[in-house]
Design a protein around this ligand. Structure first.
Ligand code: BDR
Ligand code: CA
Length: 311
């Protein structure tokens, strides 16, 4: 069985991604969940992770990590995810009792990965600050990492700026460290998550018919959808769910050949822009497979089935 650590900033689409992941506990073993400042502050995303783990009946260990990106001040996305970072649903009060390890996420990940009897996969759905620090502080950890599944960047448009996707923009220095690590990466960028793997409002409405977890998922997605629609979107992206599904159901996706991808660290309008090196003669790492397309109906059905599987 695959061993997995998920690093996230819930975040409404992070919540959907975690819901899909925990629905497949017979297929993958989530050995830890870690949080990082991103969509909202670290204390809020950690509180949201506690709510989700309690609500979804998980007992995986939770560790909180970095509150700030490596170099610049954090920028958040409360306008999309709400003041709490997961607006739209009233989670039961007892979720604040969910235990938090005393370790920082970076040392927690290192301990978990280096003491695991097999290589570990990482799913990263937030700015890559924790993962970059893990790789830089404990370089020997790399040999125990099997694969990293990331939601971030784009080979086409940005969302937070014309050029940059949010997770890339918030901590481009971290993303560059992770991309340059040479580790095998599968990337769900906006070219996939916004342009191909979207949901319609009818599909989102249908989620409420899928049981108790469906009611929760639809409520938070309804909040998020109104913010996306107000921004001018017509279809609703569930970005982070793509990273989880690219690990659980890779057959749903069409992927590129492997590239090396650079990240702009400039302090101008290109900061956080990600650009693949498509030169056939490139001698770079070529360690990143970019997801380019998806069987959208099968993707939505997989999401429905995952949510409906909670009883
Ligand atoms: C990414 O940014 C965040 O707001 C989402 O949770 C997702 O990880 C999309 O650009
Ligand atoms: Ca996220």
């Amino acid at each position: 069985m695959k061993k997995v650590i998920m690093d996230c900033d819930p975040g409404i689409d992070d919540a959907i991604a975690l819901t899909v992941l925990l629905a497949h506990q017979k297929q993958v073993d989530l050995i830890g969940l870690t949080t990082v400042g991103g969509n909202v502050s670290l204390d809020k995303v950690t509180a949201n992770a506690k709510k989700l783990l309690t609500f979804l009946g998980s007992n995986t260990q939770l560790a909180s990590g970095q509150s700030q990106p490596l170099v610049k001040e954090i920028e958040t996305a409360g306008e999309i995810h709400g003041k709490t970072g997961m607006d739209g649903y009233d989670f039961p009060k007892e979720s604040s009792d969910y235990p938090l390890t005393s370790h920082n996420a970076v040392t927690f990940m290192y301990d978990k990965i280096s003491n695991c009897d097999q290589k570990v996969n990482i799913v990263a759905t937030a700015p890559l600050t924790n993962i970059a620090l893990l790789l830089k502080t404990f370089p020997d950890v790399s040999k125990n990492i099997e694969h990293i599944y990331i939601m971030g960047g784009s080979t086409l448009q940005g969302n937070i700026t014309t050029a940059a996707e949010f997770n890339a923009y918030v901590d481009p220095e971290a993303m560059k460290i992770v991309f340059d690590s040479g580790l095998p990466i599968t990337l769900s960028g906006l070219n996939l998550t916004e342009n191909k793997a979207y949901m319609t409002m009818d599909e989102i409405d249908h989620i409420q018919d899928l049981g108790k977890v469906g009611v929760m998922a639809r409520s938070i997605l309804e909040f998020y959808s109104s913010a996306e629609l107000a921004k001018g979107m017509t279809k609703i992206p569930v970005h982070d769910a793509c990273a989880v599904m690219s690990m659980l159901a890779p057959e749903l996706f069409t992927k590129s050949t492997n590239y090396s991808i650079d990240v702009s660290l400039s302090n101008d309008q290109f900061r956080g822009m990600t650009y693949p090196d498509r030169r056939v003669y490139s001698e770079e790492h070529n360690n990143i497979e970019v997801l380019e397309d998806v069987d959208r109906e099968a993707f939505v059905q997989y999401l429905f089935d995952s949510i409906a599987s909670y009883k």
